[in-house]
Structures are given as C-alpha cells and as structure tokens.
Design a protein around this ligand. Sequence first.
Ligand code: 13P
Ligand code: 13P
Ligand code: MG
Ligand code: MG
Length: 372
Amino acid sequence: MKTTLTVIKADIGAVGGHLKPSEAVLNRVKEYVNLEGGGLVIDSYVSYTGDDIAILMSHQKGVGDSDIHRLAWEAFREGTEIAKEEGLYGAGQDLLKDSFAGNVRGLGPAVAEIEFEERPNEPFLLFAADKTEPGAYNLPLYLAFADPMHCPGLMLSPSMAQGFTFTILDVSYTEGDRVIELNAPEDLYDLAALLRDTHRFVIKSIRSRTTGEECVAVSTTRLHNIAGKYVGKDDPVMIVRVQSQFPATGEVLSPFAIAPYVSGDCRGSHNVAFMPTKVNEPVAWFDGPALVSCLAFCVHNGRLTEPVDVFAHSFWDVIREKATQKTLEIRRQGFVGPAMVGFEELEYGGITERLARLDEKFRVLQPSGSEG
Ligand code: 13P
Ligand code: 13P
Ligand code: MG
Ligand code: MG
C-alpha cells in the first residue's frame, strides 16, 4: 500500500500582530479537517508555529490530489471566517486567490508532500518554520545528507553509501520550475556553489541513490509565481523520512544546533539566527526570532502515532540561548550591511519609491579643475 504524507500550511490571521493563530481559529481548522476529511484522509494533525497553521494529512490519493488540497484550502477558508469575526491581524493573509483551482500551489498556502511504499517501520519528521524562507533549510539539509561531520551514517551505513540526489529549484526563474539534480558526494562543490545562495537556489527534494526513494520534500516555490510579483518570503514546511536507508533522526537534527543565520524576522527583511522551538509557540521579539519546530512521528497503514515535540527537549534550551545571543549581536547593527537583507529581497515596496526619489537627486561630480 502506498501512503502519501501531505502538509499544507497557511497564515490565516494572528493574535496581537503576526504572533500566533487564536484558539478559535485553530479549533475551526481542526474541526473542519476532522469532519470533512472522513473517507478521504486516513489521519491528520494540526499544529502551529508562530502565526502559521500546518495541516498534516496521511492518505492514499498521491501527490497533488485536488480533493486533499481542497480540504486544506476549505479548512483555511473556514478558519479565516473566524479570524475575521475575531478581528485577527492579517485574516486570510496567505489565501491570495478567491477560488480554488484544483491545487493549492500558486494560491498562497505552502505545500510539501511525499508518496511512498511504507516500510515496516516508517518514522518521519515534520518541520515548520515561521518568519523565514525555504532556503533556510539549505544548510541543515546539506549537512544532514552530504556531510559525515553531521551524518556519520554516510560512512557507517552500507544502505547510505551511495549518497543522495538533491533537486534544487531556481526560485527566481518565472517561466516554469527550473530545476537541477546534483549527486552527493561527487557533485559536492557544485552543490555548495548553489546552496550558498539561499535566496535563489533552494532544495526542493532529496532522494536516496541506493533505493531511488524520495525522503525529503520542502515547500519550495517560485518567488514570483503568485500574483505575478514578488510576494515575500514563504514560511516553509518540510517532511523528512528518517532511519535505515535515510539519515537517522539525530543526524537530521544535528545541523539545527548551529542555529544558522537566515533571512526573515521583522518585515521579512533581516538576517537572524534560526531558533529551534517547541511546536505551538508564538513569535515574541522583533516579529521573530525566525523559528523552526519539529514533530517526529511514525506512520503505519496511514495511521499516525502521537508526535514527539523534538525541540522541546532541554538540550535545545542551550541552542535557544545561543540563537538569542547571535540574533541580539547582529541586531545591534540595525539596518546596516549584513544585518538587513539585500535590496532585491526587501518585502516592502516603499523603499523602491524612496530610492527612486533619491536617485533623481544624485549628481555626477566633474573631474576636479573642470567644474565652474
Ligand atoms: P538504524 O540503522 O536502525 O536506522 O539506526 C541508526 C541510528 O539510529 C543511529 O543513531
Ligand atoms: P509572516 O510572514 O509570518 O506573516 O510575517 C510577516 C512580517 O513581516 C512580520 O514582520
Ligand atoms: Mg502573518
Ligand atoms: Mg508566518
């Protein structure tokens, strides 16, 4: 039996700014999925990270199924009605179109999904991030799937000896999905050359070269495909199958202890440390920090176990402390240099007009001696 895991996430409104969805909104989304998902989804789990709600669904309908996508879309629409009634900030923020057109891709919500033949034991991780972008996963995934410093399984486990194939999307290309496939270990330097640019080249999926099976799916989409223009960073979700022929859970988690700098945070315009956090945590400071949560499940015949909230462990308290220090340190320099994202990444159009106005006031100095 083939099982599909689909996670669809959206920000449909939050309490007190971009902090967290209200209980009433969450309850409505859960209620809708439970009521309307009968006969369609085998199991589901609804959680939030910052102001984003993630609906995880297990089913047998395959990837990109319109009934599954519609279920999530309608659940978010229902939740948006409650968000409007409660006066939540940004009610319906990520529902960019009025009507559903067969698939949530391009309509605003982010989606990651994998279809696979279940192994006798099938553990997987669900990551959800807020106040950052899909490229935030580039470094952790590179280290977990291509570097024995974090993934000793690459040298110790015969089932991983052949390495992994990375599919990378050029998110700045607008005409279609422009992808490249690179193999670790032999293409490592090419991989590094692309993945360093987290705003343009973003990991979309990874598969095992030993078995050909997909083990990672990230909600990576083109930046300009929605509404035909840059609509900002999309807080990403990701599914990672783990153990046996894939990296162990611990190997996938290991790189997150770096708390790498990522783009996002206040107005989506700053570089701050990526803080691992408990699931169902609000955002708290400078519209951040950039957060990542991780729920570990097993799935059997499509049924989900209860999850482990991995980053709730006290080990991660120290990492949170480090992330806080890293973020405070770079924030000390405010808007200058690497503290803020580059011009083309700024989500706020206002700066374009400001710079255009200033541009007209520039004058070119004549070489000394020739003026006057
Ligand atoms: P498996 O080889 O059973 O996946 O376990 C490896 C492991 O978890 C080491 O940390
Ligand atoms: P979200 O994308 O999480 O809604 O955050 C928007 C923002 O710019 C916060 O400052
Ligand atoms: Mg928001
Ligand atoms: Mg968000």
